[in-house]
Design a binder for this molecule. Structure first.
Ligand SMILES: [Fe+2]
Length: 435
């Protein structure tokens, strides 16, 4: 069947699918600019540390992704905006050639922010032209554009993560946004456990929407009966851990973790500061007193693991997390709520775990590995996730900075165990019957 015949057979389905994707694409492109809008040109240019990228780079790189993997291959007659941008804005794609080293992205004072915005407009126009063309429902172009939208959403979260790193390094601790209302800190009831039965469970992408290749194939996993915390670990609980000498007891720590906290002199989560014996934390809303009832954020895997041991528990595996999240709505305190910080649980437990999607990414004890039978997607995007399956841990859920339509049951985020600048926290798990 030709593309045109397929289109005639299912005109509304195809038009709907293309129309929806066009809407999502341009909404995502607009949102990136909205997130950058409180920032000055100088804010957008500087890089706070090796792991973080400048806002200007995020805006350009997400555009480069569409230009490189969609437009150059699929839009006849497409004229690249500037051939030198491939070097500047390629992230890690060996197939696309040499690139600016990540730790030196902040040295790219050229091109200017203004020119990067022109680049975005150029690519947006070309994407509009491409999507105006007739496309079949299973079109490769649609798949690539959808991947590009999801990729840009990942960079939207990173843009906020990296801006916080930048502002936290500034002596005046500027706020990305003023806190819109007065806080009313309160204490929460103790965490409760929710029990889950063991058995063979299906894990991974169910095939009913977009997913990255690392979420496939769907496969069976054997899970023993387990308990999961009905909410995230809070700052109040973390303060207790600190007060009990948690950062000074070697017996609580993995060997690499003990080395890391002593080498770096970590005695609290990233961005915490003590002033007049009160704990403050740098946030997107500036330096604020630590909210006792809010989930702890900016802890490394090492710290999460040590806390869990101190609490007589452990971190969940990613499979346990996925089993526990089945049936939980994927809505929560994500970017669309515009809270821009993790919020306390505001309702009693109803048998389902709270805060599974939103607030903070949740460390799991699972190493980031390919699922059995994993195959990277074809072509250059085969480099997207698969080559990172070494030495990292999986985080599940979503954070307060995760864009809409970017949270799902099977989503696998991953970071190195020492990293803590992402919006990452934890939830406890334990065995029901010690084995
Ligand atoms: Fe990227």
């Amino acid at each position: 069947m030709t593309g045109l015949m397929a289109l005639r057979s299912h005109p509304s389905t195809n038009q709907d699918r293309v129309g929806l994707l066009v809407e999502r694409l341009f909404e995502a492109r607009r949102l990136s600019l909205e997130l950058a809008s409180p920032l000055s040109v100088e804010d957008m240019t500087v890089q706070a540390m090796e792991d973080a990228s400048p806002t200007k780079w995020h805006l350009a790189h997400s555009t480069w992704f569409f230009e490189t993997f969609v437009l150059k291959k699929h839009l006849e007659g497409y004229q690249p905006f500037d051939e030198t941008f491939n070097y500047c804005f390629n992230s890690y794609y060996e197939s696309q050639g040499a690139r600016q080293p990540r730790p030196q992205r902040g040295l790219l004072t050229r091109p200017s922010v203004e020119r990067v915005l022109s680049y975005r407009a150029h690519v947006d126009r070309a994407l509009g032209k491409l999507l105006d063309q007739t496309l079949t429902p299973d079109s490769e172009v649609l798949r690539l554009v959808e991947t590009g939208v999801n990729h840009e959403q990942q960079h939207q979260e990173l843009l906020l993560t990296d801006i916080l790193a930048l502002f936290a390094a500034h002596p005046l601790r500027p706020a990305y946004r003023a806190r819109p209302h007065t806080d009313h800190p309160h204490e929460l009831d103790p965490m409760s456990w929710i029990e889950f039965p063991g058995g063979i469970h299906l894990i991974g992408d169910q095939g009913d929407g977009f997913a990255f290749d690392n979420e496939r194939p769907r496969h069976e996993a054997l899970i023993h009966p387990f308990r999961l915390g009905d909410r995230l670990v809070t700052n109040a609980e973390w303060l207790d851990f600190i007060a009990d000498g948690g950062y000074r007891k070697a017996s609580l720590w993995l060997a690499d973790g003990w080395t890391a906290i002593n080498r770096n002199d970590w005695r609290a989560p990233l961005y915490w500061e003590s002033r007049d014996e009160e704990s403050f934390a740098m946030s997107l809303e500036g330096l604020k007193p630590v909210e006792r009832a809010a989930p702890v954020v900016h802890v490394s895997y090492y710290e999460a693991d040590a806390f869990a041991r101190w609490a007589g528990a452990r971190l969940p595996t990613e499979f346990e997390w996925e089993v526990a999240a089945q049936g939980v709505p994927t809505t929560g305190n994500t970017l669309s709520s515009r809270a821009l910080r993790p919020l306390p649980v505001d309702q009693p437990s109803n048998g389902l775990p709270h805060q599974m999607f939103g607030d903070v990414w949740e460390w799991t004890q699972s190493a980031y590995l390919p699922y059995p039978g994993y195959r990277p997607q074809e072509g250059a995007l085969g480099e997207y996730t698969g080559k990172f399956t070494v030495s990292q841990h999986v985080l599940r859920g979503a954070s307060f900075a995760t864009p809409d339509n970017h949270s799902r049951l099977s989503y696998r985020n991953f970071f190195y165990p020492h990293q803590r600048w992402q919006f990452m926290g934890l939830r406890l798990a334990s065995e029901i019957t010690p084995r």
